[in-house]
Design a protein around this ligand. Structure first.
Ligand code: SF4
Length: 400
């Protein structure tokens, strides 16, 4: 987003957005009047073989604060109709959505509403689903995910039976899972199951061009599984002051978008990805992401090449979630991938509060193990060459 746009105050933003489209907001002032007459909405794509089209931008990570009520209204008006939450999201995300639907019950049918369960056993899933429905003032979810699986074997026949029962009862329309660990293996496994409607997985400019990820996405597309990308910023900005970074920033600026917007556009350039789930805790980020979603500029081969070169140069700053590799190398139950993710929440997203809350959910016994483990074998095997031992120490110091 340009400096000028960054200087928009919330008051001016709200006043302007009463009538203008996002395209108009991103356009030079002299074009505002014309663009305002033809409001732009975020495009949609089919979500696998569900028969449902979802907005290519999904509103994630909403909190129960007053300004988000207004933001949900605006997001819907601009066509961001896919909303994502989870039973475990802190600071009342589901309750905030419930408050919104209580006030605007007519909007419920306009939203493709997704939540997630931390439970794996059928009784636990039933309890958490009922709690989510209750919190969100709705009697059904469009899509329900088992949250954060590491291995496709976490889903079994009892999960399939549970999902069929919940669908028959009208409590969920579609079923699937989210994953930030061993994504390729989880996607390949899901494609074989035949009863997974959708998956939300870590997917970004760093991961999308690898052979493994391409194969996994292809398998899901063939199996009719809808795909939502998350963590699309690839760990956020890593400042290297390298020629690549400077060239990339300058190039995108000249084209009229930021590197954060370019990273979203890189993912949308793959038509097999139905939507990007983005945490949008304020109007500025919502507005910037919508502007990227309605931007029809294609990234060129040169743009993609620059992003890939930047990814290579900063690879040791980004954990790709291949926890099967490092966690088997330490031979103990040490959640390296999770801790790497919490560090990312803290260092890249600036969400220290959430990172600490997540880190401190790790049982004390395992946190002690985290401090006393020898990571040298894991470091040798890590394809990203990450300094795992140093980073685990940093996490213990910063997040405990
Ligand atoms: S630390 Fe390395 S091996 Fe472990 S999950 Fe991250 S990238 Fe993979």
């Amino acid at each position: 987003m340009s400096t000028k746009e960054n200087h928009w105050s919330r008051r001016r933003f709200l006043k302007a957005t009463g009538t203008a489209s996002i395209a108009a907001l991103m356009a030079p002032a002299k074009k505002l009047a014309t663009a305002a007459e033809t409001p732009t909405r975020v495009p949609t794509r089919p979500f696998g073989q569900t028969g449902v089209d979802v907005s290519i931008l999904s509103l994630g990570g909403m909190f129960n604060i007053a300004s988000n009520q207004l933001m949900m209204k605006k997001a819907l008006a601009w066509g961001v109709t896919y909303w994502d939450t989870a039973d475990c999201y802190q600071r009342g995300s589901e309750k905030g959505i419930g408050k919104y639907f209580k006030k605007y019950p007519q909007d419920r049918q306009k939203v493709f509403l997704v939540s997630k369960t931390d439970a794996r056993d059928p009784d636990g899933m039933t309890d958490l689903l009922n709690r989510s429905l209750d919190r969100m003032n709705t009697d059904y979810l469009d899509l329900y995910f088992v949250h954060g699986i590491y291995d496709i074997d976490e889903l079994d026949d009892s999960t399939r039976a549970w999902a069929a029962k919940a669908r028959a009862a009208g409590k969920i329309r579609f079923f699937g899972f989210s994953t930030h660990s061993n994504m390729e293996e989880c996607l390949l496994g899901a494609a074989k199951l035949g009863w997974i409607d959708g998956i939300m997985m870590t997917y970004n400019y760093r991961l999308m061009h690898t052979t493994g990820m391409k194969r996994a996405v292809d398998a899901c597309v063939k199996a009719g599984v809808g795909l939502t990308a998350m963590k699309t910023q690839g760990g956020g900005p890593v400042s290297t002051d390298s020629d690549t970074e400077i060239e990339m920033a300058g190039r995108f600026m000249q084209k009229g978008f930021t590197d954060a917007q370019a990273k979203l556009m890189a993912v949308w350039q793959n038509p097999d990805i139905a939507s990007i789930c983005s945490q949008m805790p304020n109007m500025s980020i919502l507005m910037s992401n919508i502007a990227a979603a309605v931007n029809k500029t294609e990234l060129s081969d040169r743009d993609t090449e620059l992003l890939q070169r930047y990814a290579r140069e900063t690879q040791s700053d980004y954990c790709t979630g291949c926890t099967n590799i490092c966690q088997s190398a330490v031979g103990e139950n040490v959640p390296i991938g999770d801790v790497m993710r919490y560090l990312m929440y803290c260092n890249s997203y600036g969400d220290r509060h959430f990172a600490m809350a997540e880190f401190n959910k790790i049982p004390e016994k395992i946190r002690r193990r985290l401090a006393n483990t020898d990571y040298s074998m894991a470091e040798q095997k890590c394809p990203q060459n990450m300094a795992i031992g140093r980073l685990m120490k940093e996490a213990i110091k910063e997040l405990s």
